[in-house]
Design a protein around this ligand. Structure first.
Ligand SMILES: Cc1cc2nc3c(=O)[nH]c(=O)nc-3n(C[C@H](O)[C@H](O)[C@H](O)COP(=O)(O)OP(=O)(O)OC[C@H]3O[C@@H](n4cnc5c(N)ncnc54)[C@H](O)[C@@H]3O)c2cc1C
Length: 448
């Protein structure tokens, strides 16, 4: 596709601010990730128009990466050779009401799919902090939300179609794919081009969101389990200062036996009297409705609203998954580093994620707590700090988020994934010559 044709295409997709950098690229500017901290190694991008187009393109290239919605902060999606973009293949393929599944084209974003599902009477089990991201990229990197009983977003995947390095279409499913399916879902973009994804559904539900301010750290120490299990999804935000957690976001389902009753005080924290942004100084206009106003699941599970800039914008992010039994120890280890961390921090978020069976998921066979850092966009400072944090979290076998910034050595990273040998074998089955491997995958996964 020529840049002119591409520009015509994206200009038709108004209301998708995340596409703005792609439109800028089409007008001759640099091709960068969402946060702008990374300029990709090439500006060559082919926008696929059909499955046949994907297959033909893959056959012809010796090296390529699929570019999703560009929300990764590290180079996992980067290419020195060329990108394939599936944004045009973002349609609902089939809604199976009886089986409670939906199959979508891999260019679909959560923000596009969710209102459709709700209208049809269905819901997904969970969402990330933002609905702007593509489903394929999110699942490929084990993107997660929060909730003691909620697995990451990839746990909803029940089938995948992907084009392998030969250009052949491979179909994998939970029912038919056995172990290899569990290896392919969090595939890190290493197995091929995902063209369709099938997701598990549940009946649609209504939620309420409440925010509490200033939870004493002592209350967290004494009541961590009770706080985390108080609602369907709980997020704690902190700048690690003043022995308190700045905000507690509680997202609860309305139609359940014992809904969250929203007392004025929650373990010493006070119920907020207006909508808040996780970074209290920023406008809450970007945020989903709070104050207990009931609304559909997809307008309460994410923190940020579709059509608005999520988070802060110009930022960096890192996140570490710690096995749930070590949650408090890990939180307190970071708290002890507060005076090193806070100067470079916008906000931290603490979430819980249920265990799963996906080989490359940080929550493989272990429920986790995720310690997230939204940093000011100062990479030299953050790069100097990350090894300090990683050293403190090492006793807990902390695993970094696949799409965020980390400095862990490749050998250490590989040692944290017991199914990594199986994953590299599976990748080589679909991509023997490493067509879909880039420098990130070679270094961190394949040890090349
Ligand atoms: C503001 C912000 C908020 C965020 N909040 C959260 C959060 O709440 N929870 C969380 O866990 N993460 C969060 N993230 C991280 C984000 O969810 C992940 O980085 C995710 O991978 C983004 O998907 P993407 O398609 O935008 O990524 P990209 O960088 O475009 O791609 C990610 C990977 O997926 C591969 N890929 C994409 N599409 C395909 C396909 N069709 N076939 C094969 N491979 C494919 C790419 O090659 C790459 O390896 C956040 C990021 C930002 C910027």
């Amino acid at each position: 596709m020529t840049k002119r044709a591409f520009l015509e295409l994206v200009s038709g997709l108004v209301g998708w601010p995340a596409l703005a950098p792609l439109a800028a690229w089409a007008q001759g500017e640099r091709l960068t990730n969402w946060a702008g901290n990374l300029e990709y190694g090439t500006a060559k991008l082919h926008a696929a128009r059909s499955l046949d187009d994907v297959r033909e393109f893959v056959r012809k290239q010796s090296k390529l990466k699929v570019l999703g919605t560009r929300h990764c902060f590290n180079t996992i999606a980067d290419s020195a050779h060329g990108f394939l973009w599936l944004g045009e293949l973002g349609e609902v393929v089939a809604l199976d009401s009886a089986a409670r599944t939906v199959t979508v084209g891999a260019g679909m974003r959560y923000g596009q799919l969710c209102p459709y599902l709700h209208e049809k009477g269905f819901a997904l089990h969970n969402l990330a902090s933002l609905p702007h991201i593509g489903i394929a990229g999110a699942c490929s990197t084990a993107t997660h939300g929060s909730g003691e009983k909620n697995g990451n977003l990839a746990t909803a995947v029940s089938a995948l179609e992907l084009v392998n390095a030969s250009g052949d279409l491979v179909k994998l499913s939970r029912q038919g794919g056995g172990e290899d399916f569990e290896g392919a879902v969090v595939g890190l973009g290493a197995l091929g081009v995902i063209t369709r994804i099938t997701l598990d559904l549940r009946p649609t539900f209504t939620m309420r969101q409440y925010v509490y301010q200033d939870l004493p750290l002592s209350a967290l120490k004494d009541h961590f389990d009770a706080i985390e299990s108080s609602a369907y999804s709980v997020s704690l935000f902190t700048d690690w200062q003043k022995q308190r957690l700045n905000e507690v976001w509680i997202k609860d389902r309305v139609e359940q036996e014992r809904p969250f009753d929203a007392p004025p005080e929650f373990f010493g924290a006070k119920r907020a009297t207006r909508n808040l942004h996780p970074i209290a100084e920023l406008s809450a206009e970007n945020c989903t409705e709070q104050m207990g106003v009931a609304g559909p699941w997809y307008e309460r599970l994410p923190h940020f609203r579709m059509g608005f800039t999520p988070s802060a914008g110009k930022e960096l992010q890192s996140e570490y998954f710690v096995p749930r039994p070590h949650a408090l120890e890990a939180i307190l280890a970071v708290e002890r580093m507060r005076d090193q961390v806070t100067p470079h921090l916008m906000i931290s978020e603490i979430r819980t994620i249920a265990a799963d069976r996906l080989w490359m998921s940080p929550c493989y066979k272990q429920p986790c707590v995720a310690l997230h850092f939204t940093w000011k966009q100062d990479w030299p400072a953050v790069r100097a700090l990350l090894p300090v944090i990683e050293r403190e979290l090492a006793p807990f076998k902390a695993r970094p988020h696949w799409g965020k910034l980390f400095t862990l050595s490749p050998s250490r990273l590989r040692s944290l994934y017991e199914r990594l040998p199986d994953f590299t074998r599976l990748s080589r089955t679909h991509d023997p010559q490493g067509k879909f491997r880039n420098a990130f995958l070679n270094r961190n996964i394949f040890g090349a």
